[in-house]
Design a protein around this ligand. Structure first.
Ligand code: CMP
Length: 153
């Protein structure tokens, strides 16, 4: 997606606020910002339907959404959560699960940024890698601390 510079940096910040993305290097976050799509919804629109297949991850950049699940016994949709600006959903897609576990509908006007699984995998190597990187840096920190302790004793 082509965005202005200000919007690009705002969206990079929005991505950084998602814990799974937090430890990604700046250049990867910037590339993810290049490939994301901005989508708009009106009140009551379905963004995700429970049981459908899907490979996209959403972050709310404006507005709020309702997460609901179908109660098999009564066949009613029950609200399980309301999500707001900065919240994300559809993360099952990034874990490789493609059947949606809940429905998500717009409450009023909503703007989301959307990343598809393939772009995410190509740019980050998947969630495991992002998590491993964090682990590595903890390991490195522990080694540096051990060295510091050794030299200061
Ligand atoms: P996914 O299963 O890909 O699509 C529906 C999304 O709704 C799901 O990912 C989660 O992001 C979100 N979701 C499902 N269940 C809950 C819940 N109990 N509370 C908050 N969010 C949920």
């Amino acid at each position: 997606m082509r965005t202005g510079l200000i919007k690009h940096s705002q969206y990079t910040e929005l991505l950084r606020s998602v814990p799974s993305f937090h430890s990604l290097p700046e250049d990867v976050l910037s590339k993810l910002t290049d490939v994301l799509e901005e989508t708009h919804y009106s009140d009551g629109d379905y963004i995700i339907r429970q049981g459908a297949t899907g490979d996209t991850f959403f972050i709310i950049s404006e507005g709020q959404v309702r997460v609901s699940q179908n109660n098999a016994a009564s066949d009613e949709q029950a609200t399980v959560k309301t999500l707001f600006k900065g919240d994300w959903f559809g993360e099952q897609a990034l874990k490789g699960e493609d059947v949606r576990t809940a429905s998500v509908t717009a409450v009023g006007d909503v703007t989301c940024v959307v990343i598809d699984r393939e772009s995410f995998k190509q740019l980050t190597g998947g969630l495991d890698d992002a998590n491993n990187k964090q682990y590595d840096s903890e390991e490195v920190k522990a080694k540096l601390q051990a060295e510091a302790d050794f030299f200061s004793s």
